[in-house]
Ligand binder design. Structure first.
Ligand code: ATP
Ligand code: IP8
Length: 244
């Protein structure tokens, strides 16, 4: 089985609200297997901009209600576009919007995924704005869904697509940063020096990837070069990072 996350930085331009990258997503869809597959996508500029503006992770307040509703609308819009790209490539994808079946603070019931997979469907889910037992509302990251799905299904391969070639020793646009080809999942002093300059969202993502590496072989590759998905699936040489 392949578990893949289409990162928000690939499917959208994160700087511009609702700026979708249609041809990129269609290119990715063409390179995906048609079965034994679970697809997760990020929110990119369809989710993060309003999530920050309405401080969704700080919990519910009345003034946030419309912002929350707009994020749900935008995420369903993004999800439908991705669903269309998959189905157009004859991938039998079925969408599972997290806000309709996951409440944060309760155990995550993913049983429905068993039914989909048993019947040969391809589950499609995404990072979403969801309800939360304690805070009322919150953000559930697609990376957390990746972790839960990897734990449950132990896919042979797990791929994260981002807008750069893989995990770098520091900010990818800095001249002294270099691509890390192999990242051990276990923390050891030598590797920690390598990734010591990784900041922000990527820092958290790396912990998730390391956790997933206990259940699956994890790859980080550039979604703007979708042929690299095939290379990973065929065990050919590829440009990117493997976490093992
Ligand atoms: P989302 O979480 O919205 O789905 P995503 O999965 O595509 O998005 P981001 O959170 O945007 O991922 O993280 C990818 C970004 O992290 C890249 O654009 C890259 O510039 C940045 N980044 C920062 N430090 C590093 C690093 N050391 N290695 C790789 N990328 C890094
Ligand atoms: O892009 C975040 O999911 P992610 C979801 O996978 C929202 O981190 C709505 C911001």
């Amino acid at each position: 089985m392949l578990l893949i996350k289409l990162g928000g930085s690939v499917i959208s331009n994160k700087k511009n609200y609702r700026d979708y990258r249609e041809s990129v997503v269609r290119g990715i869809a063409k390179n995906l297997p048609k079965e034994d597959l679970i697809v997760v996508h990020g929110a990119g500029s369809f989710g993060h901009i309003l999530a920050d503006e309405f401080k969704i992770t700080d919990g519910f307040e009345e003034w946030k209600r419309l912002g929350f509703a707009k994020i749900e609308r935008d995420m369903l819009d993004l999800n439908l576009r991705i669903l269309d790209a998959l189905v157009s490539e004859d991938i039998p994808a079925v969408s599972m919007p997290p806000h309709s079946f996951i409440t944060m603070g309760k155990s995550m019931n993913l049983d429905i995924f068993d039914f989909l997979l048993e019947h040969g469907f391809v589950p499609l889910t995404f990072g979403d704005a969801v309800f939360d037992v304690k805070r009322g509302i919150n953000i559930l990251s697609g990376d957390i869904l990746m972790m839960e799905l990897a734990k449950r299904y132990r896919p042979d391969k797990t791929i994260f697509l981002t807008d750069v070639d893989g995990i770098y020793t520091g900010p990818p646009d800095r001249e002294d940063s270099s691509l890390i080809r192999e990242l051990p999942r276990h923390l050891d002093p030598e590797t920690e020096i390598k990734v010591s300059d990784v900041t922000g969202g990527m820092d958290l993502k790396i912990s998730v990837m390391r956790e997933i590496a206990n259940y699956s072989k994890v790859y980080v590759i550039n979604g703007f070069h979708p042929e690299r998905i095939r290379a990973v699936l065929n065990d050919d040489d590829f440009v990117g990072t493997v976490v093992l």
